[in-house]
Design a protein around this ligand. Sequence first.
Ligand SMILES: Cc1cc2nc3c(=O)[nH]c(=O)nc-3n(C[C@H](O)[C@H](O)[C@H](O)COP(=O)(O)OP(=O)(O)OC[C@H]3O[C@@H](n4cnc5c(N)ncnc54)[C@H](O)[C@@H]3O)c2cc1C
Ligand code: SF4
Length: 512
Amino acid sequence: MIIPGREVSGPVTERTDVCVIGSGAAGAIVAWEMAEQGHKVVLLEKGGYHPRQDFTQREDQMIPMLFKNCGLQFTIPDAIAVAQGSCVGGSTVVNDAVCFRTPDTVLGWWKDDHKVEGVDPAAMKRHFEKVEPRISVTEVLPFELNRNNLILKDGCEKLGWAGAPNKRNCRDCRQCGLCHLGCYYGTKQSMLETYIADIERVHGESVKIYADAGALELARSGSRVTGVGASVDGGAGTANPLNVKADLFVVCAGTIGSSELLLKSGLDINRRVGRNVAIHPSAALIGDFPEEVRGHEGIPMAYHCYEFSVLKTGKRGFMLESISLPPYQFSLPLPGFGFDHKELMSRYEHYGLMGAMVHDQSVGRARLGGPLGTILEYELAPEDAKILVEGMRNATRLLLSQGATRVITSQKKKTVVHGEEDMYLIRHRGVSALDINLASAHPQGGNAMGGDPKRAVVDSNSRAYGFENLFVCDASVFPTAVGVNPQLTVMALASRLGEHIGESWAKYAGGS
Ligand SMILES: Cc1cc2nc3c(=O)[nH]c(=O)nc-3n(C[C@H](O)[C@H](O)[C@H](O)COP(=O)(O)OP(=O)(O)OC[C@H]3O[C@@H](n4cnc5c(N)ncnc54)[C@H](O)[C@@H]3O)c2cc1C
Ligand code: SF4
């Protein structure tokens, strides 16, 4: 049962078996698994409930409706834009549907360097195989590659770089190009269309989903969490308190959100909460082609180049990913002001767009403060800056090899590369805070999983150190950046936690 904030007319108290906080890639799956095991669930979601019929395909309406802070979230001091969804279904509603399994190399780091048990490729494979059919993961078909995606494919083939069509969680994509605005056609198999819809259909009676309900504070008694206080936004300036008591709590509020809740609740386990955040910082490279590319017509992200990524090299590097963006989002990384910016935008239909995404070190930190409640501190490490420059140079080479007459970078001082002779400009103009507009859609870490309670926030089973019945499960538990688009890793970890709780329910829930 989904209960939007406007339907809550006074203070509410709930008593349930499991309380899940956050309804995104992790929260929706954890709630489903708990309900399947016969437990009653209360799911709290800070964002609103918006069925796909509400998706108007307009940026001015959808970005404030579906994104955290109306799409405005930046790191300090670098002002990197960090996008996160905030609605029932979380970021899966606004994402590009790209699906990668966690690279084996990364799972090896988690096991060897962070002492996480049970994440070897064979163990994780079981969970990928369970989740993938539920969200219809299939490879993009050749006829679905539009010109923008073909530029990357043809460039990889010409330069001899490893590339492949993306796998996506989508069924019969209508190729409208507006994945970031929610899928009006319902073909993107986000949590909204899959696990949440299935919860409604199969477990409508035993799972209560409160939308517009932001968890404010967890209450504890010794080593047990006993309740959570939330505020339900009823619209027009009204708010009602909601208190939930449960045997077991699973925090799935996403990177930043989960750390914020633990910190606000005074549960800064070993003073590690909020640390080791990575974001996959990405630069935009814009190739100007004589003919129209019309990247916005078709699947926004359908091809990737992994020649320089952990998938091929076994080391941190970068991925090149084709992407298209609707006009407002496209305009953000473009340099220039006023007439200059307008002149660049006037070539919108002719641009081929590509992102160079860095597999970064986890150097960021989410901490309480600032007008929005949490500050995300993040500075590009020097090694990552080098990787970023290399990524930008190679993306530029590829675009030029495909006939772009110039490549415009997202550096703030307008940087235009016409050939190898002015490639030096990319390094010269720099990638520090004042030099470049970077973006991230993949914040990860903050509540790292690991075998050492001095370094990690949660153990190998996602249970918070020091607590009997508190779990954290979402992108915040990644011990390192994953290096590929992260949603499938989050989902597999959620499925894994569901299985673990099923095996150990009495141990964790028995105390109350
Ligand atoms: C624009 C965009 C494009 C992306 N594209 C891709 C892609 O193509 N492929 C891919 O693999 N990944 C992609 N991602 C990233 C991917 O969607 C996320 O990594 C993944 O959804 C993270 O899952 P999560 O459960 O950690 O958090 P989320 O899915 O973000 O869910 C967290 C939920 O918790 C809620 N919440 C936060 N605080 C509270 C609170 N206090 N109380 C109650 N609820 C709370 C939030 O509102 C949110 O709905 C994209 C992300 C964005 C924003
Ligand atoms: S491109 Fe496909 S998945 Fe994306 S919003 Fe359009 S129809 Fe949905």
